[in-house]
Design a protein around this ligand. Structure first.
Ligand SMILES: [Ca+2]
Ligand SMILES: [Ca+2]
Ligand SMILES: [Ca+2]
Length: 400
């Protein structure tokens, strides 16, 4: 025996309430899911009827009704409508034809209309809210005399948007930062206005004490910030003019590291490297006197290809620092008289100068005065490209 599978379609609830529903009368004697009647209704010859089906007219002896029904407006949400009724005018009509609207929150509402006038147009019965799943029903009765039955209309009432947008900061520093710039990005959402149509106003407190005009920007960068406490504030505005209140904020503190007064980097023992010291080729401990620091000095073979490099830590994350850069080598007549020292990291690019390591040993010898931008490290590299070379120490002394 064949089995017939039962099936049922599950209608998907519409996302919004229908904007408009019109239900017209049917020809005399006809009914449908949307139109029913009691008693007898005949086609009226009155003009200005609505729709394809001319209006109907009742005998006027009471007990005759005509009913229009909408489909369910929305399965999951309430919908508010202005309900209008349309009749045709005739001096034979009731001056107080009762129309009853039902299905709405609060129960049925009956109002009488004078059908001897005001016909051929939509006449407002009232504004009603229909709960989720409800249908709207309008019934006209000839209890008060001959009634015209023509059409009814439901026009969706869109409530005024009074809800402000939600603003969210998506990018930006918090806590303490050691740089002098801060970048922020944000977005918004709203119950009505699409995100792309939201406008924003933002400021950095206390530098900018008041909000500027709204615009479409969704990111900004502040630079050159001094040490201190700041709060970035942003608010969105929807198309109804509602503004995020209070503005959304993000607090942060700028704590820039100051330029150190002095940085000295000494050589390490032969073969050793660190974050501050590196080399190429071969460097061995020199017996020369008047060396700087605990690690004596190193000497290269002098066949070229040997370099020794000193690096400082980052001077300052937030500001440029200007230093006198000096070099120390021990005294020895076996050294090159033309030793190239290259200072790099400063504004304007690397600077190379040659020094005679056969003289002026055991003291600081000035290479030059250089300005290092925020975040820079200072680097000094000595090379034995011109003969045996001493590698000892370098010093950066802050120029206030
Ligand atoms: Ca009609
Ligand atoms: Ca809104
Ligand atoms: Ca040394």
């Amino acid at each position: 025996m064949p089995q017939t599978a039962a099936s049922r379609a599950f209608p998907v609830a519409p996302l919004s309430c229908p904007a408009q529903v019109i239900v017209d009368n049917l020809p005399p004697g006809s009914s449908s899911a949307q139109v029913t009647f009691t008693g007898t209704w005949a086609t009226s010859s009155a003009s200005n009827s609505f729709g394809l089906n001319a209006s109907l007219i009742s005998p006027g002896f009471g007990g005759t009704t005509y009913t229009w029904k909408t489909p369910a407006f929305n399965a999951v949400q309430a919908c508010s409508y202005q309900v209008f009724v349309w009749w045709t005018v005739s001096s034979s009509r009731s001056p107080s034809a009762p129309y009853t609207v039902l299905g709405q929150t609060g129960g049925p509402a009956t109002k009488n209309f004078n059908q001897q006038t005001g016909g051929g147009q939509w006449n407002l019965h009232g504004t009603y809210t229909f709960p989720a799943g409800a249908i709207g029903t309008v019934t006209v009765s000839d209890a008060n005399g001959r009634a015209s039955a023509d059409a009814v209309q439901f026009v969706l009432v869109v409530p005024a948007d009074t809800a402000p947008p939600v603003t969210t900061i998506t990018t930006g520093p918090t806590g303490t930062i050691t740089v002098n710039s801060a970048s922020f990005a944000w977005t918004g959402s709203d119950n009505v206005t699409p995100v792309g149509s939201l406008l924003y106003s933002f400021r950095l407190d206390p530098l900018e004490p008041s909000f500027p005009a709204f615009g479409s920007a969704t990111s900004t960068t502040y630079s050159g910030l001094a040490n201190g406490n700041y709060t970035f504030l942003v608010q969105a505005k929807d198309q109804a003019g509602n503004v995020t209140q209070p503005a959304v904020g993000r607090a942060f503190t700028v704590a820039l590291s100051p330029c150190p007064a002095q940085v000295v980097v000494d050589n390490l023992p032969p073969g050793s490297t660190s974050a501050q010291v590196s080399f190429t080729g071969t460097w061995s401990t020199s017996p020369a006197s008047n060396t700087f620091g605990a690690n004596a000095s190193l000497v290269s073979p002098g066949f070229s290809g040997d370099t020794y490099t000193w690096k400082t830590p980052v001077f300052s994350t937030g500001e440029a620092c200007t230093y006198q850069v000096s070099l120390w080598w021990p005294v020895s007549i076996s050294r090159s008289a033309n030793v190239p020292y290259t200072v790099s990291g400063q504004s304007g690019g690397p600077a190379t100068k040659n020094f005679n390591q056969q003289a002026a040993g055991g003291q600081w010898n000035l290479h030059g005065t250089y300005t290092f931008p925020a975040g820079a490290v200072g680097t000094v590299t000595v090379s034995d490209a011109n003969g045996r070379t001493s590698a000892d120490a370098v010093r950066f002394v802050l120029v206030p």
